[in-house]
Design a protein around this ligand. Structure first.
Ligand SMILES: Nc1ncnc2c1ncn2[C@@H]1O[C@H](COP(=O)(O)OP(=O)(O)OP(=O)(O)O)[C@@H](O)[C@H]1O
Length: 981
C-alpha cells in the first residue's frame, strides 16, 4: 500500500484497543504509526500493514484533541489529508483537520468500526450472535454454578449448595456426618458464588494435613485455581501482603493460628468468604479460647460470608459448639441457656411435621400442628389442609408450604446443615472384627502393679509425663516412656503380639485375612506408628509408608500417594491420629484400629476415612485388643455403651462429658466398669430417642428437602444434556485456533493450533493441551479427562472474550438469491441490552445480555420476522476484506441512515424486555423477602442485616433494570449479487 501520508489517521485491524493512530513516517519499505492514546509506536511493512484508514462521513460526530465535538456535514482533502467541516455542539461552523482528532476516540463499537471500514470475518459475526444467545440462556438457568463441577449429582449436597449460595453473604455450619461431602458442598457454594459474581475473594483455612487434598479437589472437581500459601511462599513476597497474591487463598490453620503477624496480614485483606475446615478444633472457653478460635473470630467480624465445616460439631463440648454458632451469627446465638431451652421444643415441632401427613383424614392431628404455630399465614394453611372439602391439589400445596414454614421457623436449620447416613441412605455396612490377644509380660507387669497399688499410678504419671488414662490405654507408649527400666531394653514392637498378628493377617488370603485389599491402620501416637512401621519392616520385610504430624506436607502427601496408587501402591498405610481426619481413603476396605482413641467422636472420625461417598464395599473394622486390659474395657464401653462401631450417632461428645472421668477410673476396675456401661447405655438410649424425635429429625428434614434437590438436579441435567454446547464449542474452537481431535468413547483432545489466539485456559503454545468430555460419568471415571460444560473455564473465557471485546462485531457478506437483483444492500443489526450494575447483584439471573435482531433492506423495510438468523447465515458467502472496505466506503451515508433506523426499530422492543425482567425479579425477590420477614418473626436466625441487604438488593435491582439501554453489539452488511456476478 503506497498511499500513506504523514498526519493521516489509521487504525490497527488487529489491535483496535491501541486507538486512533497517526502516520509519523513513510519510506519505500515501511510505515511508522504513533498510537497516542496508548503511547505505542508500531512500524509495519509498507505492503502488508494491517491498518485501515479512518474516514468519517456526513452525520458522524467527532471528538477533537482539545475536547470539543464536531458533527460532520462535509469534508475536503488537502495534500492527502482530510479536513472535516460541520457544526460544533454550540451550532457554530468549524473545521477539524484529521491530524487534530482525539487519539482516544474509541473504535471498538460496532458502528464506528463499520463506518470506518473495519470488518471481521463473517463466521466471527455468526459466533458472536450465537454466543449472546447461549449466554443469555445459560445465565438464567437456576443451576448456574452447580452444573460445571465434576461431581456426582447427590441430592443432599446440591440442596445445601443451592439453599446456601442463594443467600446474601451466607454464614453457615456444614455439619454432615463424616464423609458425606462437606468439602464438596463448600466447593459448590464457592463455585456458584464466584460464577454469579457474588464473591470474588475467598480465604480457605484447613488443617495442614489437608491442604494438598483441598488444593487438588478444588482444581480437579471445580477447576478453581487456588493459591496455596505457607511461610516460605509468604517470605518470597517480601514487604507486600502475601494474602493479596491470589483471589482464592488456601492456607494451613496450623501455620496461620501460630503466627500473629500473618494473621494481621490476612485480616487486612478484603475477603468475601471465609471457609474453615475441621472447625471443631476451634475451641472456646469463657476464660480462655484457643488461638484458632480467636483468629477466626477476628476474621469472622470482617468477612461477610463464612462456612464452617465439621462432622463432629460437639467434639470440643457443647459450649464450644455454641461458640462456633455464635461466630456465625452473634445476634441469634447470644445465650447458651436459651439455646438449650429451644431444643426442648424440637420434639413437638417434629411431631407436628409428621402430623401433617395425617391431615385431613385424621382431624385430631390438627391440634398437634396448631400447638406449635401462631402466624396467620400458617394458620390459614392449616385450615386448608384440615378442610375435607378442599381439593387434593390444595391439600398437597398447603401441606408442602406448611412443612416448609415449620422447618424454616424453628431450630438451627438456617445456620446448621447436618445430613446423616440414616436420612441419606445407601451407605455400606460396617463389620467389626475383634481379635483378643494375650497381654505381653512387659505390659502385664506394670498393669498388675497398677491394679494392686493405688499410689503407683501417680508415680507413673509423674515419671512418664503421660496423661491419665492414656498411660493405661496405650501400653506401648507407657513402655517407651520408661527407658531407664532395666526390663525395658527391647523395642516394644519386638514382643507386642499386635505386630505379629498384623503381619499374619496381611499375608492371609483367607476370609479373615487382609490380602484382598488395602489396609489403613491408625494408631493414636506418632511414635507407635513409626515403631510399628519399623517392626513390619524388620520382622516381616514389609514396607509401609507412615503418615504422621512430624512429616512435612510434601512427605505426607507422598506417603498417601504411595498408598493410593492402585497398581503399584503399598498394601498398608500406617497413620498416627492425624490420618484420621479429613483424608479420603474410601478406596480401602480394611481399617485396623491398632489402639482405640478415648473420645467417641475421634473414633467416628477414624471410621469416616473409609466410610465415605465412593466406598463400594462393606467396611471391615479390625481391633486387636489385649485380653483383660484397659484397652479391652474401653472397647466394651464403645460397643456396649453406645454401639460406636455400627453407625455415627452424634452424641459422643455428650456421653464423653458425662462419663469420661468415670470411664478413666474404671479402666483398671472391671466391676465398676459394668456400672459405667449400664449408665452410659441408659443415657445413650435416652438421648438418641430424644434427638431422633426432635433435634436430629429437624436437622435431617432441613438438611435436605428432596423435592427441591430434585428440581436443582433437573436444572443441572438440562444443562448437561444441552446439545447446543458441542455445536457451539466446535465452531468457537475452530475460530480461536484450537485443534480438536476425537479420541473415541466421547473424549476429545484439545491442543493449541499454530494460529491459536493467546491466553486460553489450559492451552499454551508448545504444550500438549488436555483431553475432555461432555459426559459427566466419563469425566468422573477418569481423572485425566476434564469435563466440558458451559461453566468450564475455557468456555467461559471464550464467551467472555467475544462478549467483552470487539471480535466479530462487524462483517460484510454477499447474498446470491434468484429473487433479489444484485447490488442491493441489507443490514443485520444485533442489539444487546446493557445494564451496568455491581457484579454482586447478579443481575444476569433476571436480565442477562439480551439480543434484539433487526434485519433491514435498503428501503428500510424490517425483515427480521420473515428471515431467520440461521436461514440467512447459511445462504451468505464471504468476501475479501479489501472489497468489503471499498463497498462500505461507497455506501457510507446509506449505511449510517440504516443504522439509525435500525436503532429506532430495536428501541420498540426494549420496554417489553425490561418489563419481563422486572416482573421476574419482583416475583422471586418479593416472595423470598416475605418468606424471610415471616421467618424473622419466629426464628431469630434470620439476621437483621440479611433482611436489610435483601431489601436493598431489590431496590438496586429495580433501579438497574429500569436503566437498561440497548446498545448496537454487532452489525453485518449484506450485499446482494446477481446470478451472473
Ligand atoms: N458428589 C460427589 N461426587 C463425587 N465424589 C464425591 C461427591 N461427594 C463426595 N465425594 C467424595 O467423597 C469423599 C468424601 O467427601 P468430602 O471429603 O467432601 O466429605 P467430608 O464430609 O468433608 O468428610 P470429612 O467429614 O471426613 O471431612 C471425597 O473423596 C469426595 O471427593
Amino acid at each position: 500500500m503506497s498511499d500513506f501520508s504523514p498526519g493521516q489517521r489509521w487504525i490497527s485491524d488487529g489491535e483496535t484497543e491501541l486507538g486512533l493512530g497517526t502516520i509519523l513516517n513513510v519510506d519505500p519499505r515501511s510505515v511508522t504509526v504513533l498510537f497516542g492514546a496508548s503511547q505505542e509506536t508500531r512500524t509495519y511493512s509498507n505492503r502488508q500493514a494491517p491498518l485501515t484508514r479512518v474516514i468519517f462521513g456526513n452525520g458522524d460526530r467527532l471528538e477533537a484533541a482539545d475536547g470539543w465535538h464536531l458533527t460532520v456535514d462535509d469534508s475536503k482533502e488537502v495534500a492527502g489529508l482530510i479536513i472535516y467541516l460541520g457544526e460544533d455542539d454550540q451550532g457554530e461552523r468549524r473545521e477539524l483537520p484529521e491530524a487534530r482528532l482525539a487519539d482516544s476516540m474509541q473504535f471498538d463499537q460496532a458502528r464506528d468500526r463499520l463506518l470506518s471500514g473495519q470488518v471481521d470475518r463473517n463466521d466471527w459475526f455468526d459466533l458472536r450472535f450465537r454466543t449472546l444467545h447461549h449466554y443469555h440462556r445459560v445465565e438464567q438457568n437456576p443451576a448456574l454454578g452447580l452444573s460445571g463441577p465434576r461431581i456426582d449429582l447427590i441430592p443432599h449436597q446440591l440442596y445445601i449448595a443451592d439453599e446456601v449460595a442463594r443467600r446474601h453473604a451466607p454464614r453457615v455450619l456444614l455439619a454432615d456426618e463424616v464423609g458425606l461431602g462437606k468439602t464438596i458442598e463448600a466447593g459448590l457454594i464457592l463455585h456458584r458464588l464466584l460464577l454469579t459474581g457474588r464473591a470474588e475473594r475467598a480465604l480457605i483455612l484447613v488443617p495442614a494435613s489437608l491442604t494438598h487434598q483441598w488444593l487438588v479437589e478444588l482444581l480437579r472437581r471445580f477447576a478453581l485455581d487456588v493459591t496455596l500459601l505457607d511461610e516460605q511462599q509468604s517470605l518470597a513476597h517480601g514487604e507486600t501482603n502475601p494474602f493479596e497474591s491470589g483471589q482464592l487463598v488456601l492456607a494451613s490453620q496450623d501455620w496461620l493460628f501460630a503466627n500473629p503477624e500473618r494473621q494481621a496480614q490476612a485480616e487486612a485483606c478484603e475477603w468475601d468468604l471465609l471457609i474453615v475446615d475441621e472447625a471443631h478444633h476451634l475451641d472456646w472457653h469463657p476464660e480462655h479460647s484457643g488461638p484458632g478460635y480467636r483468629c477466626v473470630e477476628r476474621l469472622a467480624a470482617r468477612v461477610p460470608g463464612m462456612l464452617l465445616l465439621t462432622a463432629t460439631p460437639e467434639q470440643m463440648g457443647l459450649t464450644s459448639h455454641f461458640a462456633r454458632l455464635r461466630l456465625l451469627d452473634p445476634d441469634r446465638y447470644h445465650s447458651l441457656e436459651r439455646f438449650r431451652e429451644e431444643e426442648q421444643h424440637y420434639v413437638e415441632v417434629a411431631e407436628a411435621i409428621d402430623a401433617l401427613e395425617c391431615l385431613p383424614q385424621d382431624a385430631d392431628e390438627r391440634v398437634r400442628v396448631a400447638a406449635v404455630i401462631d402466624e396467620p399465614d400458617s394458620l390459614a394453611l392449616l385450615d386448608t389442609l384440615a378442610d375435607p372439602q378442599a381439593g387434593p391439589e390444595q391439600h398437597v400445596t398447603a401441606r408442602d408450604q406448611l412443612r416448609d414454614q415449620l422447618l424454616d421457623r424453628h431450630g438451627t436449620g438456617r445456620v446448621m446443615f447436618r445430613n446423616s447416613r440414616r436420612h441419606v441412605g445407601g451407605f455400606p455396612e460396617r463389620c467389626l472384627h475383634v481379635s483378643r490377644l494375650e497381654l505381653p509380660a512387659s505390659y502385664r507387669r506394670v498393669l498388675r502393679r497398677l491394679e494392686r497399688d493405688e499410689d503407683y499410678l501417680d508415680e507413673l504419671l509423674i515419671e512418664t509425663g503421660l496423661d491419665h488414662p492414656d498411660v493405661l490405654v496405650y501400653p506401648d507408649v507407657m513402655y517407651r516412656a520408661q527407658p531407664h527400666d532395666p526390663l525395658n531394653t527391647e523395642p516394644w514392637w519386638q514382643f507386642d503380639p499386635r505386630v505379629t498378628w498384623l503381619l499374619e493377617r496381611l499375608a492371609d488370603t483367607g476370609e479373615d485375612g487382609f490380602a484382598d485389599g488395602k489396609v489403613l491402620l491408625i494408631a493414636h501416637d506418632r511414635e507407635t506408628a513409626l515403631g510399628l512401621a519399623e517392626g513390619l519392616r524388620v520382622l516381616g520385610g514389609l514396607h509401609a509408608p507412615v503418615f504422621h504430624e512430624g512429616l512435612s506436607l510434601v512427605e505426607r502427601d507422598r506417603a498417601a500417594a504411595a498408598f493410593a496408587d492402585e497398581d503399584e501402591g503399598c498394601q498398608v498405610l500406617v497413620c498416627s491420629e492425624i490420618g484420621s481426619e479429613g483424608r479420603n481413603f474410601q478406596f480401602c476396605r480394611h481399617l485396623v484400629m491398632f489402639d482405640l482413641p478415648l473420645h467417641p467422636d475421634q473414633l467416628e472420625q477414624r471410621i469416616g476415612r473409609l466410610d465415605r461417598i465412593g466406598q463400594r464395599h462393606a467396611i471391615q473394622i479390625h481391633v486387636p485388643v489385649f485380653a483383660d486390659s484397659p484397652g479391652e474395657r474401653l472397647l466394651r464401653w464403645y460397643r456396649e455403651g453406645m454401639d460406636a462401631f455400627s453407625a455415627p450417632h452424634g452424641i459422643g461428645s455428650e456421653i464423653y462429658a458425662a462419663f469420661g472421668d468415670a470411664l478413666a477410673e474404671s479402666l483398671l476396675d472391671a466391676a465398676s466398669l459394668e456400672d459405667v456401661i449400664t449408665e452410659t447405655r441408659m443415657l445413650f438410649e435416652a438421648r438418641q430417642t430424644e434427638r431422633n424425635a426432635g433435634r436430629n429429625r429437624l436437622l435431617e428434614l432441613n438438611a435436605c428437602r428432596f423435592d427441591r434437590a430434585e428440581a436443582v438436579i433437573d436444572a443441572i441435567r438440562e444443562l448437561d444434556e444441552d446439545r447446543a454446547l458441542p455445536r457451539y464449542l466446535d465452531q468457537a474452537l475452530d475460530i480461536f485456533g484450537v485443534d480438536s481431535q476425537e479420541l473415541g468413547r466421547g473424549i476429545v483432545h484439545l491442543q493449541p493450533g499454530s494460529h491459536m489466539l493467546d491466553g486460553l485456559p489450559g492451552l499454551v503454545q508448545g504444550e500438549e493441551g488436555f483431553s475432555a468430555t461432555y459426559s459427566r460419568s466419563r469425566a468422573l471415571a477418569r481423572d485425566d479427562v476434564q469435563r466440558l460444560s458451559w461453566e468450564h473455564p475455557l468456555v467461559r473465557e471464550i464467551m467472555g472474550r467475544i462478549l467483552d471485546g470487539a471480535m466479530g462485531n462487524t462483517a460484510l457478506a454477499l447474498l446470491k438469491h434468484p429473487a433479489i437483483p444484485g447490488g442491493r444492500l441489507m443490514v443485520e443489526l444485533i442489539f444487546s441490552t446493557h445494564c451496568p450494575a455491581p457484579r454482586q447483584l447478579h443481575l444476569n439471573r433476571f436480565l442477562p445480555p439480551t439480543a434484539v435482531r433487526v434485519l433491514l433492506d435498503e428501503s428500510g423495510a424490517n425483515l427480521s420476522g420473515k428471515v431467520s438468523f440461521t436461514g440467512l447465515s447459511k445462504a451468505l458467502k464471504k468476501v475479501r476484506k479489501a472489497t468489503a472496505r471499498d463497498l462500505i466506503r461507497s455506501r457510507h451515508d446509506q449505511l449510517r441512515d440504516l443504522l439509525d433506523q435500525g436503532e429506532a426499530e430495536a428501541e420498540r422492543e426494549l420496554p417489553s424486555i425490561v418489563e419481563a425482567a422486572q416482573s421476574r425479579m419482583r416475583r422471586e425477590l418479593d416472595s423470598e423477602l416475605s418468606r424471610l420477614e415471616a421467618l424473622a418473626h419466629h426464628n431469630p436466625a434470620v439476621r437483621e442485616d440479611e433482611l436489610k441487604a435483601q431489601r436493598e438488593e431489590r431496590a438496586a435491582l429495580d433501579a438497574a433494570i429500569d436503566s437498561t439501554r440497548l446498545r448496537l453489539d454487532a452489525v453485518r452488511v449484506i450485499v446482494t449479487v446477481g446470478e451472473d456476478d
